[in-house]
Design a protein around this ligand. Structure first.
Ligand SMILES: *[C@@H]1O[C@H](CO)[C@@H](O)[C@H](O)[C@H]1NC(C)=O
Ligand SMILES: *[C@@H]1O[C@H](CO)[C@@H](O)[C@H](O)[C@H]1NC(C)=O
Ligand SMILES: *[C@@H]1O[C@H](CO)[C@@H](O)[C@H](O)[C@H]1NC(C)=O
Length: 377
């Protein structure tokens, strides 16, 4: 036992002599635990003999650095097609955002969304799933500059490797993607239930969302406003009310930014109560993008008005076309939101998977840590 402690102590000392400069962090001594939350026993589909299975639970990974110096943990929720591995190491084996924030003294919780990854998808209970294929991942995330589906795609330089099938880094990343529930409404309902229970157990957090989970940030902030101290939304799903850029440009997010109801003031009784109009300055037919806002005076997203929020958009992602519309919607609805476009703070060449790209730790340090330090006192 003493020997074990001595070894632990010396590993910790070795790790702490390395400077905590983002490009040089070496990994941080920490304790890893995992648990499940949100399970409910349901009847085994197709049988009627009283035997049950568990559904609705999420896998939660809890990482605790040897030296916790920050007052709040960070809860990280990944996007569509992904799992919590997004925030561990990168597909080319570098340290990821979990390591970075452990090195800065944060406790971390990383979940797998309901019905995804290590959170069980139960046949006959959970809904239909779909995959991102390799062309979708390359053209939207990892090799966007080769497809040029939107103008800024040409500026993409930060993915490690060539971002297409056959490249070992891409292959490793692609292998980590997972079938995901087709319905964002189903995902929202299940995630709200499970992560709501998690929040009730662990208390207040810094919430980090990405892409699909952007709408879960607004839903969770609405559901447990006192437990979400800030929302860091990396390229949250948007824009309000309609899909954009990539046809079909179908209606989506009927509650503005979410598939399921959130509170507005004055209250709404149905999504149809939200009166909308087009924002001409943020609408571009040539980019298949229509920006909606509420007709003034706008109803307030009343449970989010006390939660400082940052939206982070990279230079070369398709989100550069419409994140501003999402941010304007939040502002109009009373949410205290700051929009950081990475190129405006000297960070260039990123696309949607910014946190695992070559300069990912620079984003963690200069944008996310900086925001937390300014926001959480
Ligand atoms: C319940 O029924 C299923 C299907 O008939 C059967 O495989 C299973 O063994 C039964 N379980 C129990 C506890 O009887
Ligand atoms: C990417 O690299 C792989 C492996 O070297 C190669 O097979 C593939 O042709 C490359 N793709 C592109 C678009 O350069
Ligand atoms: C817009 O949609 C049309 C089909 O409706 C498609 O042909 C075109 O490529 C899209 N434009 C962009 C920039 O995605």
């Amino acid at each position: 036992m003493f020997l074990f402690l001595r070894v632990l102590t010396s590993i910790f000392l070795i790790s702490s002599i390395y400077p905590c400069v983002s490009s040089e962090i070496q990994g941080t001594l920490h304790r890893r635990n995992y648990f499940y939350v949100g399970e409910e026993y349901v009847n085994t589909p197709g049988t009627n003999n009283g035997s049950k299975i568990a559904a609705g639970q999420i896998y939660v990974e809890h990482l605790v650095p040897a030296d916790v110096t920050q007052s709040l943990p960070i809860l990280m929720i990944h996007g569509h097609g992904m799992t919590g591995t997004n925030f561990l190491n990168t597909p080319d084996g570098r340290l990821g955002w979990a390591d970075y924030f452990l090195s800065q003294g944060f406790e971390i919780y990383i979940v797998d969304q309901p019905s995804r990854g290590r959170s069980a998808w139960q046949m006959g209970v959970d809904g239909e799933q779909s995959d991102f294929d390799t062309t979708y991942i390359s053209s939207h995330f990892t090799a966007v500059q080769l497809f040029n589906l939107w103008p800024e795609a040409a500026l993409h330089t930060q993915w490690p490797g060539n971002g297409t099938a056959g490249d070992p880094i891409f292959d490793n990343f692609y292998a980590s993607t997972m079938p995901s529930l087709v319905s964002d409404e189903e995902s929202s309902i299940k995630l709200k239930a499970a992560v709501g229970k998690l929040l009730d157990d662990i208390g207040a957090v810094i919430l980090l969302t990405h892409s699909q989970s952007g709408q879960f940030g607004w839903i969770l902030g609405d559901f447990r406003p006192s437990l979400i101290k800030t929302i860091i939304a990396l390229e949250p799903i948007g824009p309000p009310f309609i899909n954009a850029v990539f046809p079909p440009l179908t209606p989506a997010r009927p509650y503005g930014l979410t598939e399921i109801p959130v509170a507005y003031s004055p209250p709404i009784t149905s999504a149809a109560d939200l009166q909308t109009e087009v924002v001409p300055s943020l609408t571009d037919a040539s980019l298949n993008t229509t920006c909606f806002r509420q007709v003034s005076p706008a109803r307030q997203m009343i449970n989010l008005v006390g939660i400082p929020t940052i939206v982070v958009t990279s230079q070369a992602s398709y989100h550069t076309i419409y994140d501003e519309c999402t941010v304007e919607y939040l502002k109009q609805a009373g949410v205290p939101v700051t929009h950081v476009k990475l190129q405006d703070v000297g960070i260039e060449g990123n696309a949607h998977m910014m946190f695992m790209e070559k300069n990912g730790l620079e984003i963690a340090e200069k944008v996310v840590l900086d925001w937390i330090q300014k926001t959480i006192v």
